[in-house]
Design a protein around this ligand. Structure first.
Ligand SMILES: [Zn+2]
Length: 422
């Protein structure tokens, strides 16, 4: 059964153009709190007292006392895997535009090209006195002098951040663009927003009314859940990274003589994480066969005393950057992977000496011992890769060849080191 991110990938692939609408949930992994959550930055403040034009006109110093520390957090935050996944999606030609409620600039800094910032951004602050605009770095420098609210160096007025305050109208240009994208979208994907703020909250209706579909990735309910084709409860980063990985064509590279050393170095870390539960860790898969073109993902095979890992061992492996996936469709194996949307390592943990253990080694050793087979296999992989298939399609094309190869490898392996009964 497809996982929710796989369903999302399929929905994106088959419903183009796709437009993404993002909210605070996209930036929480960058350390920017969601201001609408109970523990968010508004929890101790009434935004209507502070982030309003009225408040700013009455007491700009007070508004800046609230804003200044948040400005510094926003200015130093880095894009996370959710932002990067959307960049990749745009590069794949599967994302028309990002409409964001966030003011943190992280979509643009990650590399997204088409971004509509409906609530403005911290990119500039403007002087109400003389209309000069100052870039973020200058405003942060003014804040950091510690002399209260940042003032216009020319005329001395207190600068106003170019974000949309609660009682302010959205930029007509931005909101028109957003609604145009929503109408054009065959799929509007809402990520990390509960759709509380108008008029942005009406964008999904705009897509639905124009005959498009809506999908949601969010922690917690949203206003559009009832009309969404797909709703995924979860954090933006992992879900988007996985969906985009599904849509990314298999990338094949020539054999890299550095792979054995890279394996050795990773093996040492994984061995430490698994401790005495792993009897042996081997390099498996295509990167373990000298000369073979491969996807640049190192496969590690850990032979466990018994099949199963206590939570603290799983946590130790996760601290190396791996994500634990359980059996992940293959009974008898515990699967970890590292690298999110740009996978770098797979760790397959099986019972040492089990059939799975030996099958993986048979595949590797057979190809190592039969360069002609390795060459035919490489040619098959190149043919599949040249078709620009997504990862699952690539696997489907390759599978009959791999099955036949495994069969020959297993027969050969049995004539040498396969223990009786396996
Ligand atoms: Zn001025």
């Amino acid at each position: 059964m497809p996982t929710p991110p796989e369903d999302l990938a399929e929905l994106i692939r088959t419903n183009q153009p796709c437009v993404v609408l993002t909210g605070a949930g996209v930036s929480t992994e960058s350390g920017i709190p969601d201001f609408r959550s109970p523990t968010g930055i508004w929890a101790d403040f009434d935004p209507r007292d502070l982030a309003t034009l009225g408040a700013f006109r009455r007491d700009p110093e007070k508004v800046w006392r609230f804003y200044a520390p948040r400005f510094s957090i926003l200015a130093s935050a880095e894009p996370n895997r959710a932002h990067r996944a959307l960049v990749d999606l745009e590069e794949l030609g599967l994302l028309r535009a990002v409409i964001t409620q966030n003011i943190d600039l992280l979509h643009g800094r990650a590399g997204s090209r088409e971004v509509v910032e409906v609530h403005g951004s911290i990119r500039t602050s403007s002087c109400p006195g003389c209309a000069s605009a100052y870039p973020l770095a200058e405003v942060v420098a003014l804040i950091e002098t510690g002399r209260g609210a940042p003032r216009c160096p020319d005329c001395g007025s207190v600068l106003k951040p170019d974000v949309v305050f609660f009682d302010e109208l959205l930029s007509a240009n931005a909101i028109d663009q957003a609604f145009a994208f929503a109408r054009e979208a065959r799929l509007l994907l809402v990520v990390g927003s509960s759709l509380e703020v108008h008029p942005v909250a009406e964008l999904p209706e705009e897509t639905l009314d124009a005959g498009g579909r809506v999908a949601v990735v969010n922690e917690g309910p949203t206003r559009v859940d009832g009309r969404a084709t797909l709703r995924i409860e979860g954090r933006a980063g992992p879900v988007l990274a996985e969906a985009v990985a599904q849509l990314t064509p298999a990338r094949l590279v020539d054999y890299d003589p550095g792979w054995p050393a890279a394996f050795e170095s990773e093996r040492a870390h994984v061995a430490e994480a698994l401790g005495d539960l792993a009897l042996e860790i081997q390099h498996m898969g295509s990167t373990a066969v000298p000369g073979l073109a491969a996807k640049p993902v190192l496969d590690l095979l850990a032979g466990l005393r018994t099949l199963g890992l206590p939570p603290e061992r799983i946590a130790a492996v996760e601290r190396l950057g791996y994500e634990y996936k359980g059996e992940y469709g293959l009974p008898g194996r515990l699967f970890f992977r590292k690298g999110g949307g740009r996978r770098t390592h797979h760790l397959h943990a099986v019972k040492h000496g089990s059939k799975l253990w030996h099958r993986h080694l048979a595949f590797r050793d057979y190809l190592r011992a039969h360069p002609d087979e390795a060459e035919r296999y490489a040619a098959e992989k190149r043919r599949a890769a040249a078709r620009d298939l997504t990862a699952p399609e690539y696997w489907e094309v390759k599978k009959p060849h791999v099955d036949a190869l495994l069969h020959r490898a297993w027969a050969w392996y049995g004539t040498r080191e396969r223990p009786p009964g396996i």
